[in-house]
Design a protein around this ligand. Structure first.
Ligand SMILES: Cc1ncc(COP(=O)(O)O)c(C=O)c1O
Length: 473
């Protein structure tokens, strides 16, 4: 277990200590500490090769692009919206409208690039997709009967945000089609029998985090039918959809949604830049008020936003708008070269796994899935792959990965690792896999006494001068 050392002034000031039990329960939820722990391991072993971070490639980022984007957006405000210099200055530097100042441009990108036709009034620009999740979950949680469902394993950001608003997340099994719809039925029925109120299903339909799995087209249609039959909203999160092997993309659930069941959670973190912290939510559902009046769900969500982040920074909105303008609203095309790099990296990883552990998707003992895009795949092992093993892996072998247990309900024992290939070069992938192979050989040899793997047991790791003192052993 990794603990954080307290700064001295805090430890001395015992009188001011607050009991953790007196703070919100989310603070003791393992999910909430997971991200910090994983980051801490990465910080403690900066020389380690990382299959852990699901980050976009950094090399194409250029500070000059930010200047260009800002200028393009200011010109757009001037030429297209007819704003004068003072109005532009006001828009860029002042507090702004809670719903954001680039909703029209995002609506155009959704239409031109993603086949999603929605009015700009149904969009709220958020501080990343993370805030979009929070706003929607906050709105859905009326009382303790409310629950959401999520395809399991689930992106940690959703589970964490649900914890902030006391909204339990019920797992729904995934299968080869990406979601087991019979299990969805069963979970909803079971929840209702217990007096619970299932409100929505969260899903990452394309190249999911953490599995890389994609829901096929027939299943997308059946999922929408199921959501209607079960009276659920679908929370669609699709940050990786453009990173496939080809330009052909499956339609977003929102593009197939004729009944306004789908709330679309948008991110520019992978298609533009994560540092801008700009995302959005499309909520074109109608909300009925008790006095008979009606409003767009987006307007209700913006009320919540006004008390959380007030408004998304106009300057970073302007940067994203500039990216959209520069690429003619088609970030998928703008990302083709980067997507090709991710494809090469993924293929290198899969080929490397095959070379080290068996052909195709592995053996009965060690196996992996083979996604056709995105940032992640999952390696399944015959031993537990938990935080302790990760710490050992970092310390002794200099390689990082993410224990899949973090994407399952707390307490789940998992034999799986999430391997992210987006941020590692092909050469690093080879070296990282060598290290991983040594770790795996070591663990396998421990399982089977007498079956020692010389490379793992006897060789001092080459990558570090760190002491071999190792509390895992
Ligand atoms: C499934 C999923 N949703 C959303 C995000 C990005 O969220 P944000 O836009 O807040 O960076 C990520 C990033 O890791 C993700 O994996």
């Amino acid at each position: 277990m990794i603990t954080t050392r307290m700064p001295d002034p805090l430890t001395r000031n015992v009188a001011a200590a607050v009991r953790i039990d007196d703070l919100h329960a989310c603070l003791t939820d393992p999910i909430m500490t997971a991200m910090n722990q994983l980051n801490e391991v990465a910080e403690r072993y900066p020389d380690a090769l990382s299959f852990a971070a699901g980050r976009p490639i950094e090399e194409p980022f250029d500070v000059e692009d930010v200047h260009t984007a800002l200028r393009l957006f200011c010109e757009y405000l001037n030429h297209e919206r007819g704003w004068n210099r003072d109005q532009v200055r006001h828009a860029m530097f002042q507090y702004g409208p809670t719903r954001g100042i680039i909703c029209d441009l995002v609506a155009r990108a959704l239409r031109d690039d993603d086949g999603i036709d929605v009015d700009e009034s149904s969009i709220v620009i958020t501080v990343g997709c993370q805030e979009a999740m929070f706003l929607m979950l906050r709105a859905l949680r009326r009382d303790e009967r409310d629950v959401v469902l999520a395809v399991s394993p689930t992106y940690i950001g959703l589970t964490g945000a649900a914890g902030l608003v006391d909204l339990p997340v019920l797992p729904v099994r995934s299968d080869a089609t990406g979601i087991d719809l019979r299990d969805l039925d069963a979970q909803v029925a079971a929840a209702r029998r217990q007096g619970l109120r299932p409100r929505a299903l969260y899903v990452v339909p394309t190249f999911a985090n953490p599995t890389g799995v994609t829901i096929d087209l027939p299943t997308r249609r059946r999922l929408l039918e199921a959501a209607a039959a079960l009276d659920l909203y679908v929370l669609e999160d699709d940050p990786y959809g453009v990173f496939g092997d080809t330009e052909d993309r499956l339609p977003a659930l929102k593009a197939l949604d004729t009944a306004r069941r789908v709330v679309y959670l948008g991110s520019f973190a992978k298609t533009a830049l994560p540092g801008a912290r700009v995302g959005f939510i499309v909520a074109d559902q109608v909300v009925e008020h008790t006095d008979g009046s009606r409003a767009a769900l987006a307007d209700e969500l913006s009320k919540i936003k006004s008390m959380v982040t007030v408004n998304t920074s106009p300057i970073t909105q302007a940067v994203i708008a500039g990216y959209l303008l520069r690429h003619n609203f088609r970030l998928s095309a703008a990302n083709r070269a980067v997507a090709a790099t991710y494809t090469l990296r993924r293929r290198r990883l899969i080929a490397g796994l095959e070379r080290r552990f068996g052909r195709q998707s592995g053996t009965a003992e060690i196996s992996w899935n083979v996604p056709s895009g995105g940032f992640f795949c999952v390696l399944t092992l015959p031993f537990r792959a938990d935080d302790r093993l990760l710490a050992h892996s970092a310390r002794r072998y200099g390689v990082l990965w993410t224990p899949m247990s973090h994407f399952y309900p707390p307490g789940t024992v998992s034999h799986q690792m999430r391997l992210s290939f987006s941020g590692v070069t092909e050469e690093e992938i080879d070296r990282g896999l060598d290290r991983l192979a040594d770790l795996i050989a070591e663990q396998m040899s421990r399982r089977k006494p007498g079956n020692h793997h010389p490379a793992a047991i006897h060789r001092r790791p080459q990558w570090t001068n760190a002491s071999l003192g190792d509390d895992y052993e």
